[in-house]
Design a binder for this molecule. Structure first.
Ligand SMILES: [Zn+2]
Ligand SMILES: [Zn+2]
Length: 119
């Protein structure tokens, strides 16, 4: 929870299992499922190969880099209403904003690569 990252079940399992030998991946998965059902964590499906979890449940957008697979937190635009507000009569509990592309770090490296290729 203290980590402001977007871990997968595997990430959490790998991080916790040395300290908790009895821990199973199913336990991790079930705990995360419970947390997200209670609104204490969000399930991110931005990366269709890996479901990630986010302990930051305040409205924010996510950016997935197609190059390095890193997920960045992003500010949400003003057009988004807050959770618990209703939108066209529907009660909003969660808001997911997904952006995908090439992150600034990868874009920079790509540019460097291009320069080397030209030379
Ligand atoms: Zn990247
Ligand atoms: Zn996030």
């Amino acid at each position: 929870m203290e980590h402001r990252t977007h871990p997968t079940v595997d990430d959490i399992y790998m991080a916790l299992s040395p300290g908790i030998p009895t821990l199973s991946k199913t336990t991790v998965y079930n705990t995360l499922k419970l947390l997200s059902e209670h609104g204490a964590a969000h399930t991110l499906t931005i990366d269709e190969r890996n479901i990630c979890y986010d302990a930051n449940v305040s409205p924010h957008a996510h950016f997935l880099c197609k190059c390095c697979g890193k997920i960045y937190d992003m500010e949400v635009g003003e057009f988004v209403s807050k959770p618990s507000e209703s939108l066209e009569g529907h009660k909003i509990c969660e808001i997911h904003h997904y952006y995908k592309g090439i992150c600034k770090q990868c874009a920079q490296e790509e540019r460097l690569d291009n320069i080397t290729t030209i030379n």
